[in-house]
Design a protein around this ligand. Structure first.
Ligand SMILES: Nc1nc2c(ncn2[C@@H]2O[C@H](COP(=O)(O)OP(=O)(O)OP(=O)(O)O)[C@@H](O)[C@H]2O)c(=O)[nH]1
Length: 499
């Protein structure tokens, strides 16, 4: 079966090799046409063969970056500017290429971080390197250039040579902005407003920083009056939009149109000296950016789909479908880990087995569906009342197990059981078709055992806890018993069932 993004999305090993994918082939074809079109146009405009050859090479080079990877980008940029004056610009372009790579990755991270609609992305960690690169490449130059450009447009003089240098390369900051903003906006349009998961502060930082280049465009554009540059920069949003929605073929098509329009405008503007190298350099750079945006979008969607699928698989493997708590499989994995760390580091832990009292009566009286609602409500209460490092699992039927990691001794385990008895001991209301809304009081019994009480395996520990549970039931239910020890009861007296 041929490989497609939809079938086998994977964020690993990108930049993806796009050869073999229909869209990429179209992109490659259009890219080649772009190179030929540029070469022909320049030839018609009576430019030298040498220049046209460079342009042709550039068009093909753009596609090579896509096919063989980012590493070609700085090589391509360096090669292009080494053969073209002014030499002094070369370092900026090389730096720009590297910056684009880094920011593309950060754009991906930003969108992964925020998560969208059906593509809920959990637990995404913006790595230290990406965060550092983000701050260096986006916040500092973006903010600095914005200040410098604002100052320039108001006073006409640069506040400092450094800022002037940054401002002269202001498009770099524009790129930073677009590479991040366009995928964000397109996701917003497709999946609705972003929902932040986990690292809210960093997500806000990303979004705030993205606003900087927008201000930069507005302020700096005020100080320019060159029609070719106005066209180039004005067309950027469209170019990137095409790259997002039509991917590489959109980028290549947009680039071809942009080049053609630039040449036409240059020729039609009376007295306008065509700044071949500078204009060409801009077009080339924008082309690279557009391709990277397309590439980022493709990788991003693959990454999000991959992550979503991972989450789904994880949920299926480790979660109980009815209650959303951990299932037995996850519980036993966690128990084995706790056992290992008890053996190696002496880290103490305990288990509580919990069983609902007279649950069968609820099923019998109000139906299985009502019983399910009770199980779900109790599971939600359990979820909200256990510590971060603990595991609450559905053990089976109306039985739950809570693994208490970092539980010092047996009395401490019984204290937790007592606290849980109180937390779970509240009326539960559910709707029934026959009886309307019904409120019941469901008592629970618990048995607990601590690892220091002699069990040498998870099974043995559970057997001890089960024996304690049996004693709690035998002693009259609605209480917690410690293996071989005390009994705890809830703080409030039993209420009995009520409607
Ligand atoms: N609604 C619902 N009921 C379940 C589910 N799994 C098991 N049960 C029922 O849970 C009941 C468990 O009953 P028992 O634990 O044996 O007895 P009990 O009525 O709770 O009585 P004690 O445990 O002695 O207090 C049985 O009636 C099962 O059919 C489930 O997923 N949903």
């Amino acid at each position: 079966m041929p490989h497609t993004d939809e079938q086998e999305p994977t964020p690993q090993g990108y930049p993806a090799r796009v050869l073999g994918q229909p869209r990429a082939l179209i992109g490659l074809g259009v890219g080649a046409c772009y190179g030929i079109a540029v070469a022909l146009s320049l030839l018609i405009a009576e430019l030298s063969l040498e220049i046209s050859t460079v342009w042709l090479a550039s068009g093909v080079g753009l596609m090579a970056v896509l096919v063989w990877g980012y590493w070609l980008l700085p090589v391509l940029l360096a090669a292009h500017w080494l053969v073209s004056p002014p030499m002094s610009e070369a370092p900026y372009w090389v730096a720009a290429g590297l910056g684009v790579i880094a920011v593309t990755e950060i754009g991906i991270a930003a969108r992964l971080l925020t998560g969208y609609g059906r593509h809920r992305v959990l637990d995404f960690d913006l790595t230290g390197t990406a965060r550092f690169a983000f701050i260096c490449l986006l916040l500092v130059p973006g903010g600095g250039a914005l200040l410098a450009a604002s100052w320039l447009s108001v006073t006409g003089t640069a506040p400092a040579e450094l800022f002037l240098l940054i401002a002269r390369n202001w498009w770099l900051s524009v790129v930073f902005g677009f590479v991040c903003v366009v995928p964000l906006v397109s996701s917003w349009l497709r999946y609705g407003p972003p929902r932040f998961h986990g690292r809210r502060r960093e997500a806000l930082l990303v979004l705030l920083a993205l606003l900087l280049p927008v201000g930069l465009i507005v302020s700096y554009q005020l100080s320019r009056a060159d029609p070719v540059h106005a066209l180039l920069y004005g067309a950027l949003p469209l170019l990137f939009w095409a790259s997002i929605f039509l991917r590489e073929s959109g980028a290549a098509l947009g680039l071809t149109l942009l080049t053609a329009a630039t040449i036409v405008i240059s020729q039609l503007t009376p007295g306008h000296a065509v700044p071949v190298w500078s204009t060409g350099a801009h077009i080339l750079a924008f082309g690279l950016m557009a391709l990277l945006v397309a590439h980022a979008q493709r990788n991003l969607e693959a990454a999000v789909a991959y992550r979503t699928r991972q989450n789904d698989l994880e949920r299926l493997a480790y979660r109980d479908m009815l209650t959303g708590l951990s299932n037995r499989h996850h519980l036993f994995e966690a128990l084995e880990e706790s056992m290992a760390s008890w053996r190696t580091h002496g880290a103490p832990f305990a288990v509580l087995i919990m069983d609902l009292d007279s649950f069968k009566a609820i099923n019998d009286q109000y139906g299985h569906h009502a019983g399910d609602e009770v199980l779900k409500t109790l599971a939600a209460r359990l979820r909200h009342n256990h510590k971060g490092g603990d595991i609450a699992a559905r053990y089976g039927g109306d039985e739950f197990v809570i693994l208490l990691n970092d539980c010092a001794d047996a009395p401490a385990a019984l204290d937790v059981a007592r606290r849980l008895l109180d937390a779970l001991d509240a009326p539960i209301t559910f709707a029934t078709t026959e009886h309307g809304p019904v409120t019941v009081n469901v008592g629970v019994s618990m048995g607990c055992a601590h690892i220091s009480q002699g069990a040498n395996s998870p099974d043995a520990l559970l057997v001890q806890a089960d024996q304690a549970l049996y004693e709690a039931k035998a002693a009259g239910k609605r209480r917690a018993a410690l293996y071989g020890g005390d009994v705890a009861t809830p703080a409030t007296p039993a209420l009995g069932s009520a409607r």
